[in-house]
Design a protein around this ligand. Structure first.
Ligand SMILES: NC(=O)c1ccc[n+]([C@@H]2O[C@H](COP(=O)([O-])OP(=O)(O)OC[C@H]3O[C@@H](n4cnc5c(N)ncnc54)[C@H](OP(=O)(O)O)[C@@H]3O)[C@@H](O)[C@H]2O)c1
Length: 307
């Protein structure tokens, strides 16, 4: 397992981060049993993954809590989030206590505001961040994070605003080879400010489902953002096969290579997919030619998330 330092937090984290949300929610969305979901987390821990992301809104904190029950607390880095709908300072305190209980711990490593919409940012900064700071002083949280609503905020409007405030230790950013706009709009500044970056949406649906990929590429060609001459007519991204055994492998490795990214989150409810994805993280970077070609094809895209 490769490790890195999560920006100014100084936390030593595995580059592979297990995602407890997304479409799979550790298998919870696919009707897996709790024991099967707990086994996914344990499988990741056994492969030396130490970064686990969850949220009160995912319903997976309890699963993570059960999976890490026998693990030394400082052997894992826990990231969880407070939903921002109808949020008040009191609701934050109550929610955090409930998250701590479900996770079976007395502190959270990175506590985020979850899925912040651009027009909600100022309110949360003024009304809620002071409470996060108090909780940090009490030792209940170590670092403060923010996650964007990438499904709709595909141009990173909220994070661009957040980068003006010296408040955020960690940002969770939507990034994949289809929409690389975070490179200039977010990573250029997070690198300068030494903010820890967690990548979400590395694969999501468009890069795990071939039909969805075809539909997405047609949409991008239709809107003039991708030049069809850059793609193979029968198999649009066939050139990836020279470097990579499959699309998801290429998608994760593209993100690992990106300067400024620290943890690449990967979500699944399938032990086989988890095994495959862990393997992707052991492979060398994509070749410079493949990396450059992906950058060239999708250089103008900022309108889709790959949802
Ligand atoms: N705003 C936010 O705060 C926010 C929003 C979204 C996500 N997140 C966080 O980011 C994490 C990562 O996002 P994500 O869960 O969407 O992860 P992802 O790794 O980008 O995509 C996961 C999807 O791809 C499928 N998949 C994974 N490996 C595969 C493989 N080898 N072959 C085929 N399909 C595969 C999964 O289905 P299977 O279960 O079938 O493998 C799942 O539906 C989330 O879990 C969550 O922790 C945060």
């Amino acid at each position: 397992m490769k490790y890195t330092t999560l920006g100014r937090t100084g936390l030593k984290v595995s580059v592979f981060g297990l995602g407890g949300g997304g479409h799979s929610r550790l298998g919870k969305s696919q009707d897996k049993t709790e024991a099967e979901s707990v086994a996914i987390v344990r499988q990741a821990l056994d492969a030396d993954v130490n970064f686990i992301d969850t949220a009160e809104g995912y319903g997976t904190e309890e699963i993570v809590g059960k999976a890490i029950a026998g693990v030394k607390r400082d052997a894992v880095v826990l990231s969880t989030k407070k939903s921002t709908d109808e949020i008040t300072p009191n609701a934050v305190r109550t929610s955090l206590d409930a998250s701590l209980k479900r996770l079976g711990t007395d502190y959270i490593d990175v506590y985020h505001l979850h899925g912040v919409a651009p027009d909600d940012y100022e309110r949360l900064l003024n009304d809620i961040v002071p409470t996060f700071e108090q909780l940090r002083q009490q030792g209940k949280i170590r670092f403060i994070g923010i996650t964007e609503r990438f499904g709709s905020d595909t141009k990173h409007t909220m994070l661009q605003r957040a980068l003006q405030d010296n408040v955020w230790d960690v940002m969770m950013v939507g990034f994949n080879f289809l929409n690389q706009s975070a490179r200039e709009r977010v990573f250029a500044a997070t690198i300068q400010q030494n903010i820890g970056v967690l990548v979400m949406f590395a694969v999501r649906r468009a890069l795990s489902d071939p039909q969805r990929l075809r539909d997405t590429l047609s949409q991008l060609i239709g809107s003039g953002l991708v030049d069809p001459a850059d793609l193979d007519a029968d198999e649009p991204l066939k050139f990836l096969q020279t470097d990579s055994p499959n699309l998801t492998d290429a998608a994760y490795r593209f993100c690992i290579d990106e300067p400024g990214t620290h943890v690449i989150l990967s979500g699944t409810g399938s032990p086989d997919h988890l095994r495959e994805n862990l393997e992707a993280f052991t492979r060398p970077p994509l070749s410079p030619a493949t990396n450059q070609r992906l950058k060239h094809i999708f250089q103008r895209v900022d309108t889709i998330s790959g949802q």
